[in-house]
Design a protein around this ligand. Structure first.
Ligand code: SAM
Ligand code: SF4
Length: 332
């Protein structure tokens, strides 16, 4: 039992775990040529994503390190046929008080109820436009209507917090602000605009489409949105309210603000590699320590021994984005 601090005094309590690299969408900034990976498959066992028992052992170890929040991500996590079982196993670990999922939402209308009953309490659904033509242009998918129904189902079944992730793209930002404002007028969801991040694969797209969070913020403020005071355990999102709107808007800007100062998260890839920073170079395999619950102490020691290597900040502003080819590889 304990807590995990790095050399900069930051305490870590939030694990983002990718459970597959595979995805059925082809978002222009992430996997424009589609996913080269199949769900749950690999050429060897080391190449396959962590199985349910390995995931459970991993989370038990991180719970011993003081972790209280877990987010499942990918690739597209709902492509794993065992997604509800994975959620149930993690939710049953008493130390984990917040269990979140990031999804493209294509299976959400059928999964929202089972996921809620299994113990999921936060869901982020990615929707880069509410216009079906633009949605298809960005994601390669015609499923906007299905995704939207899924979000409404998640609200209906009472998943505690329902959030929408919208990547800020220069070409659609203004229209998105209007459309998403209209949606949150009467729907209790939180829409978060995420500044586009450069990765190894998306350089040209980034140059064309990157819009700074600060520029977008001015547009929001001009429409009467007011920033809320931040609380100690808040993540990197800055949240905004407006009288007369039940939902909220937010901005996550990796470039424009002190994004790394309050960092409280570590990442593990679908094949069990610890990544200290989304935009770092180094990865450490933990998989050999996930084969039995008896290895928990060794797992805890292995993570403790690496945390000192976590850098104070990413260097995205200098055009350095580490070994991250695209966010589907490690989970955004
Ligand atoms: N497939 C799921 C989804 O799209 O929600 C989960 C994985 S996806 C990598 C997680 C989040 O990262 C999504 O909200 C996606 O829009 C965001 N994302 C992916 N690449 C990004 C980039 N280069 N910059 C900013 N956000 C990105
Ligand atoms: Fe798939 Fe999510 Fe990447 Fe889009 S952002 S391609 S849905 S992993």
């Amino acid at each position: 039992m304990g807590t995990l601090f790095d050399t900069y005094g930051r305490e870590f309590s939030y694990l983002r775990l990718s459970i597959t690299e595979a995805c059925n969408f082809r978002c222009l900034y992430c996997l424009p040529d589609g996913s080269q990976r199949q769900v749950g498959c690999g050429n060897s066992r080391q190449d396959a994503p962590l199985n349910v028992a390995e995931i459970e052992n991993l989370i038990l170890g991180f719970a011993d390190l003081g972790f209280r929040k877990v987010r499942l991500t990918g690739g597209e996590p709902t492509l794993r046929p065992e997604i509800v079982e994975i959620v149930r196993k993690i939710a049953d670990i008493p130390a984990i008080t917040t269990l979140a999922l990031t999804t493209n939402g294509h299976r959400l209308s059928e999964l929202a109820g089972p996921l809620r009953r299994a113990g999921l309490n936060v869901i982020n659904v990615s929707m880069d436009s509410l216009d079906s033509t633009r949605f298809q242009e960005i994601t390669g998918s015609r499923l906007l209507g299905q995704v939207r129904q899924g979000v409404e189902e998640a609200v209906r079944v009472g998943i505690g917090r329902v959030k929408i992730n919208v990547v800020l793209l220069r070409r659609s930002a203004r229209q998105n602000l209007k459309d998403f404002m209209e949606w949150v007028r009467e729907t209790p969801i939180r829409v978060r605009f995420i500044e586009l991040m450069q990765t190894q694969d998306n350089g040209a797209f980034f140059q064309q489409e990157h819009l700074s969070g600060d520029e977008f913020r001015s547009d929001m403020e001009a429409l009467g949105w007011k920033e809320q005071a931040r609380e100690a355990l808040d993540g990197p999102a800055r949240e905004f309210c407006h009288p007369g709107f039940v939902g909220r808007l937010g901005i996550i800007s990796a470039y424009s603000h002190n994004f790394c100062g309050p960092c409280n998260r570590l990442r593990v890839s679908s094949r069990g590699k610890l990544k200290l920073c989304l935009f770092g170079e180094k990865e450490y395999s933990l998989r050999h320590l996930l084969q039995s619950p008896e290895q928990r102490e060794e797992l805890v020691c292995a993570v403790r021994s690496r945390i000192g290597e976590k850098a104070s900040s990413h260097f995205l502003g200098d055009g350095i984005y580490g070994s991250t080819k695209h966010l589907a590889a490690i989970g955004g």
